[in-house]
Design a protein around this ligand. Structure first.
Ligand code: FES
Length: 79
């Protein structure tokens, strides 16, 4: 699964770096390195609420504090 996290300036201010760090940790803890491909991307024009994350083409908006829940629901839940 391809997971793209926006590192554009608006998303950076909302914590994209923290989300990336958390996701990297979660992927590692769960041994999913071969299945989850984390990428960074620049602004995709979705800087409305949280940090823009794209999962296989679907756009989500995420806050750093919701990263774990998002990971469990949307990432591991779909593998
Ligand atoms: S800065 Fe992330 S979508 Fe615009």
């Amino acid at each position: 699964m391809r997971v793209t996290i926006c590192i554009g300036s608006a998303c950076h201010l909302k914590g994209s770096r923290e989300i990336i760090t958390q996701l990297q940790g979660l992927v590692k803890e769960n041994g999913l390195e071969g299945q989850v491909d984390l990428n960074g991307a620049f602004c995709s024009g979705n800087c409305v609420s949280g940090v823009c994350i794209t999962l296989d083409g679907e756009v989500y908006s995420l806050k750093p504090e919701d990263t774990k829940e998002f990971f469990e629901k949307e990432i591991t839940g779909r593998l």
